[in-house]
Design a protein around this ligand. Structure first.
Ligand SMILES: Cc1cc2nc3c(=O)[nH]c(=O)nc-3n(C[C@H](O)[C@H](O)[C@H](O)COP(=O)(O)OP(=O)(O)OC[C@H]3O[C@@H](n4cnc5c(N)ncnc54)[C@H](O)[C@@H]3O)c2cc1C
Length: 306
């Protein structure tokens, strides 16, 4: 069967992730609009294949054998929209394909404040929405007042109000594709002041996180009232190594790829970290990173809550 030009077969995924790990996707679709996205999802159904949305790949660990389904990156064309609402400078229409850092820079240029705490988080607006990315207590979801959402098994919906429930690293979007957002910010400020705060947040991250090696951010979620990084540090995990994967000496909840790390190395190392915390404290850590594809070693990371 001839595929449409925006869908390719057997496409390596490692280069589309910040971890630089993993095998190919059986299909990779890069739709530029809703109609192409609909075609990709319909083909996935016809092929009996699982569909999964990719953003900037900064929270992903792809299996060494790759992903046997349809990976879909809605980042081009219509999915890159970034414009203020005609009625208010505090309201923006933003597509999932916009880089989070670009959104922050444009908001600063327009004197829109409040989202500076997200500076230094890699990835795209779609991924930030799906993961409700942010700090321990606040996330990107707080700015989303409306979202166009295409569930994998249904028709497009416009979500607002009570449909938009965000919690720690979780959103209503993980069972489909979030394809457009209405964001509402609350404050205005001088561009220079906003840019200064962005620089400060970025600098804080640079000091605390190993940004010079490939990683996918925090491996484990913080258990209620506790820091997974502190628990892992106390359990002595810093510096542990499995093949090309190493627990960062700077942040015990980061695994870095020293070069040539496999998904199996990473999962086995994460399993050892998890076991160490469990032994020391009885706490069962749950993964924050998203696992894509199948690998028996992934079981070592435990279950990610829905
Ligand atoms: C160095 C480093 C630092 C980090 N620091 C932080 C931090 O401080 N705080 C934090 O929260 N995270 C952090 N992260 C993790 C990561 O950057 C965030 O989770 C980010 O928001 C993921 O965005 P992404 O576009 O890369 O998503 P991806 O990694 O591509 O995808 C993540 C998940 O979102 C889903 N998804 C992506 N786009 C869509 C969409 N349009 N519709 C539906 N689902 C979608 C995917 O299916 C997947 O389940 C860090 C990562 C790195 C590498």
């Amino acid at each position: 069967m001839t595929l449409p030009p925006f869908i390719r077969e057997n496409v390596p995924l490692a280069g589309l992730t910040t971890f630089r790990i993993g095998g190919p996707a059986r299909w990779l679709a890069e739709p530029a609009n809703r109609s192409e996205l609909g075609i990709a999802l319909a083909l996935a159904r016809d092929f009996g294949a699982e569909a999964k949305i990719l953003g900037g790949g900064s929270n992903l660990l792809v299996a060494d054998a790759g992903f046997a389904g349809m990976a879909i990156r809605p980042i081009r064309g219509d999915f890159g929209i970034l414009e203020p609402d005609a009625d208010s400078p505090l309201i923006w229409r933003v597509g999932p394909g916009v880089r989070l850092e670009r959104l922050l820079a444009v908001l600063a240029d327009h004197g829109v404040s409040g989202a500076e705490f997200l500076a230094g988080i890699p990835g795209l607006v779609g991924g930030a929405a799906a993961m409700n990315a942010g700090g321990a207590e606040s996330g990107f979801g707080q700015f989303i007042t409306q979202a166009d959402f295409l569930p994998f098994d249904g028709d497009e919906q416009c979500l607002s109000g009570a449909d938009l429930v965000f919690a720690y690293r979780s959103s209503p979007f993980l069972s489909g594709a979030a394809i457009g957002f209405r964001l509402e910010f609350r404050r205005r400020d001088e561009t220079e002041a906003i840019q200064a705060r962005i620089r400060t947040f970025r600098e804080q991250k640079r000091k605390a996180q190993p940004l010079d090696s490939p990683s996918a951010g925090c491996v484990f979620r913080n258990p209620p009232g506790k820091s997974a990084g502190v628990l892992l540090d106390a359990a002595g995990c810093k510096g542990w190594r499995e093949g090309g994967a190493q627990v960062s000496g700077k942040h015990a909840n980061f695994i870095v790829n020293l070069g040539g790390a496999t998904a199996r190395d990473t999962a086995l190392l994460a399993g050892r970290m998890r076991m160490a915390v469990r032994k020391a404290t009885g706490i069962r850590l749950e993964p924050e990173i998203t696992l894509l594809g199948d690998d028996p070693a992934f079981a070592a990371l435990g279950e990610r809550p829905a």
